[in-house]
Design a protein around this ligand. Structure first.
Ligand code: HEC
Ligand code: HEC
Length: 197
């Protein structure tokens, strides 16, 4: 009788522990709070250095997190952050951020003449994949227009020097762009900072 009670209470404790474990798995929204400190509320960044992640496609977010985690993609901070999460948690955060509206920060400074030249270059070399200046939520290619200016600039230099892996077809266009114009980085970045489509 006593034994039975012990087994019963042991099962009960185990049951509670399992229940608690299930409860302790944080929701997508709870996970996203950790990101808000840097990326803004619900991933809508207001600065010019940290990118917006609101409205990124889930595929893009999960791939980015995995690339940071494995150090395949260079980073200052994200490599360390990504190592603290599991694939399931990446997917959970991916669905959460994909549901948010794409953020456009239009309060960044830019040079109008450069932005105009940048727009022409974008239309010639980049628009095919980054339609509507890279503001289409589910194109799996990140976000360009209205995204943080410094982040975009670093991304382009990282693609160029190979510290961030890039789409093969994109790298062809990138090379063409720089062959044609040495200041291409600044021009397209000023175009994206203008927030225009
Ligand atoms: C301490 C600040 C900080 C925190 C917290 C943070 N990030 Fe970041 N994030 C950055 C910075 C800075 C970058 C640019 C890459 C780098 O230098 O690390 C970035 C880049 C990214 C990118 C790439 C965006 C793109 O367009 O390619 C994704 C995705 C991302 N972070 C997701 C997250 C998620 C999800 C969380 C929460 C779990 C998070 N970040 C928490 C600072 C932060
Ligand atoms: C053949 C399709 C293609 C073309 C053309 C292309 N890109 Fe991309 N681009 C992608 C894909 C796919 C990604 C996301 C995956 C990755 O990181 O490689 C991306 C990502 C980016 C990012 C990072 C966005 C972020 O949120 O981190 C920037 C910046 C960028 N491209 C700029 C450009 C510029 C500038 C051009 C024109 C010179 C260009 N791309 C042409 C497909 C393309």
């Amino acid at each position: 009788m006593i034994e039975k009670t012990i087994i019963k209470s042991a099962l009960l404790v185990a049951g509670i522990a399992l229940g608690m474990q299930a409860q302790a798995e944080p929701s997508a929204e709870m996970l996203s709070y950790t990101c808000a400190g840097c990326h803004g509320t619900n991933g809508a960044s207001t600065g010019n250095a940290i990118p917006s992640i609101a409205g990124l496609s889930s595929t893009y977010l999960v791939e980015s997190m995995n690339a940071y985690k494995s150090d395949e993609r260079a980073s200052t901070i994200m490599g360390r952050i990504a190592k603290g999460y599991t694939e399931e948690q990446f997917e959970s955060m991916g669905s959460f951020f994909a549901e948010q509206e794409v953020n456009k920060n239009t309060s960044q400074s830019f040079d109008a003449a450069k932005a105009k030249a940048g727009q022409a270059l974008h239309e010639k070399y980049c628009d095919k994949c980054h339609t509507e200046a890279g503001t289409v939520a589910d194109d799996d290619a990140g976000q360009l227009s209205g995204n943080a200016k410094l982040f975009l600039k670093y991304s382009l230099t990282d693609f160029h020097d190979g510290s961030r892996p890039q789409d093969k077809k994109m790298s062809k266009k990138m090379r063409k762009l720089f062959k044609r114009n040495k200041d291409a980085f600044e021009l397209v970045v000023d175009y994206y900072a203008s927030g225009k489509k």
